[in-house]
Write a protein that binds this ligand. Structure first.
Ligand code: NI
Length: 255
C-alpha cells in the first residue's frame, strides 16, 4: 500500500532533527511521499531544502495567518523566488485564523489575498488553513476562480464543504477523523465525493487515536486511512489507489 502525507511539518523544530528516523518509519508504514508545508519564511525555505535533499519530499511555501503581519513585499518576492524550485508543488499554508487571532484580521485578509494572487500567477494549487472563518475564506477563494487547492484539516459544516467543492477544492482529512467525538466530520466524509479527499497528518500536531495528545508523525497516516476506508466501506487498496490519484491530480505529481 502506498500513501502520500499531503500535509506535514518535517521542517518544524519538533521533527526536523529526527527527520531521518521519521522518514524511515514513514516508509515502513507505506508513506512513500510527503508534502512538507511551510508556515513562515524560514520554514518555507527549510521545506524547499528538504524537498531538494530527499526524493520522497515535496514542498509547499507560504505565510500562515498567525504570521500574516510578516507578509510584506520583500517576503512575497522571496516566496516567488523559492517557488521556482521544481519540487515546490503548492502555496501554503495560507488562510484565515479567527480562532486564535494572532494577527489582526485585516492583516490576515491582505496576506491571504496577496498569496492567492501569487498562486494564480504561478499556476500553483493552494493549501488553506481555516479556523472559525469559513465564510470569509470561501468568499476570498471565489475571487480567484482559476486557483484550486485543499481545505486542510477541514472542520467546517456540510454547507462549507459543499461550497468548497463547488469552487473546485478538495478536503484534507487528518487525525481528527479518528477522534471519538468527531461524529459530524465522519458523517460528512462518508458522503464526500471520493476524488476530492486527501489524507494528511499535520505532524507534529493532531495525532490520530490512539496517539491523541502526543507528538504526531507521518508514519501514523495509515490510522487515518483505515478510518476513511471504513467510512467508505472500501478496501485499503482501493483507498490507496483513489487518494494517490487525487494527490497526483491536484499537485501535478508523477508516480
Ligand atoms: Ni499545518
Amino acid at each position: 500500500m502506498r500513501w502520500t502525507d499531503t500535509h506535514c511539518h518535517l521542517n518544524h523544530p519538533d521533527l526536523y532533527a529526527e527527520r531521518e528516523v521519521l522518514l524511515y518509519r514513514a516508509r515502513q508504514s507505506g508513506v512513500h511521499r510527503l508534502i512538507v508545508i511551510g508556515y513562515d519564511l524560514e520554514s518555507s525555505r527549510r521545506a524547499v531544502e528538504l524537498a531538494d535533499e530527499y526524493d520522497a519530499l515535496y514542498a509547499a511555501i507560504g505565510i500562515h495567518p498567525h504570521d500574516a503581519s510578516a507578509c510584506d513585499e520583500s517576503v512575497l518576492s522571496t516566496l516567488r523566488e523559492l517557488a521556482r524550485h521544481p519540487r515546490v508543488v503548492a502555496i501554503g499554508e495560507i488562510g484565515l485564523d479567527f480562532y486564535r487571532d494572532l494577527s489582526p484580521r485585516e492583516v490576515q485578509d491582505a496576506a491571504f489575498r496577496a498569496q492567492m494572487q501569487l498562486a494564480a500567477e504561478l499556476e500553483l494549487p493552494v493549501v488553506i488553513h481555516c479556523r472559525d472563518a469559513y465564510e470569509e475564506v470561501l468568499q476570498i477563494l471565489a475571487d480567484y476562480p482559476t486557483v484550486r487547492g485543499v481545505l486542510h484539516c477541514f472542520s467546517g459544516t456540510v454547507d462549507h464543504a459543499q461550497r468548497g467543492l463547488e469552487l473546485g477544492y478538495s478536503l484534507g482529512i487528518g487525525g481528527v477523523i479518528t477522534f471519538k467525538n468527531a461524529t459530524t466530520l465522519r458523517d460528512l466524509v462518508r458522503s464526500m465525493p471520493r476524488d476530492r479527499v486527501l489524507l494528511e497528518t499535520d505532524a507534529p500536531y493532531l495525532a490520530p487515536h490512539p496517539y491523541r495528545g502526543k507528538r504526531n508523525e507521518p508514519a501514523y497516516l495509515p490510522l487515518i486511512a483505515q478510518q476513511v476506508a471504513a467510512l467508505w466501506e472500501i478496501s485499503l487498496d482501493a483507498l490507496s489507489a483513489q487518494t494517490e490519484r487525487n494527490v497526483e491530480t491536484l499537485f501535478s505529481l508523477g508516480n
